[in-house]
Write a protein of this length. Structure first.
Length: 80
């Protein structure tokens, strides 16, 4: 019985959910901003949103990400 309870708790905590965010530092553009997070992360925990682009240096054969347009956001459960 204890094993069944542990499995149910693990499955319940690992479910992902979606958060809907709006920018707070600039006027929101109206585009739908959704992010899928794990069960351990609440939508209120998300405070920053950034777009990233992949940068490829073919000479050094390296890949990296560069942040663009970082904004503060307020997020809530999608569907509320």
């Amino acid at each position: 019985m204890g094993l069944a309870v542990a499995i149910l708790l693990a499955v319940g905590c690992s479910k992902s959910h979606q958060c809907k965010c709006v920018t707070t530092d600039v006027n929101d553009d109206g585009a739908l901003k959704l992010i899928t997070v794990g069960g351990g992360t609440g939508c209120d925990d998300i405070t920053e949103w950034a777009y990233e682009i992949q940068v490829v240096d073919s000479a050094a054969r390296s890949h990296s990400l560069a942040r663009r347009e970082t904004h503060t956001v307020k997020c809530r459960e999608y569907g509320e």
